[in-house]
Design a protein around this ligand. Sequence first.
Ligand SMILES: Cc1cc2nc3c(=O)[nH]c(=O)nc-3n(C[C@H](O)[C@H](O)[C@H](O)COP(=O)(O)OP(=O)(O)OC[C@H]3O[C@@H](n4cnc5c(N)ncnc54)[C@H](O)[C@@H]3O)c2cc1C
Length: 107
Amino acid sequence: MRFFYFLLAYVSAYASDYTWSTLHASTSDPEVLKRTVSDYRENFPCLDCREHFEWLVSTHPFPLEYVRTPADARVWTWLTHNLVNIRLNKTWESFDIMTQCTEEHFQ
Ligand SMILES: Cc1cc2nc3c(=O)[nH]c(=O)nc-3n(C[C@H](O)[C@H](O)[C@H](O)COP(=O)(O)OP(=O)(O)OC[C@H]3O[C@@H](n4cnc5c(N)ncnc54)[C@H](O)[C@@H]3O)c2cc1C
């Protein structure tokens, strides 16, 4: 029984990891990014964020279907994160931040 609760906690924690860090880390393979985006569109826990993300992806200035390389994928997540930053009155970050972001995720 204790193992069941451990498993449930582990799966819940993993399943609720809908963060920028996870999205930025999925850019080494464009197909993985597309699957991750699809998961976020369906399951992002915050409803308002999910509806906005759904709208953003469907009206995106860099359509997801044009993302073909890991470099494209990095630009896509950086731009998307900035478009959400703008919506939340946060700072527009330079692309240089992507190096820091990916390094932090893999540490
Ligand atoms: C897909 C998605 C959609 C979201 N939509 C909403 C929403 O509609 N409404 C809402 O209230 N919240 C939304 N959020 C949450 C929101 O974006 C922040 O994650 C949250 O407010 C916590 O902010 P934070 O200050 O910790 O920094 P975060 O925005 O979470 O950023 C974490 C770190 O990433 C780095 N970073 C910042 N900008 C960039 C960039 N452009 N590229 C790369 N790295 C960057 C910085 O080092 C920053 O400290 C969304 C999150 C995600 C993952």
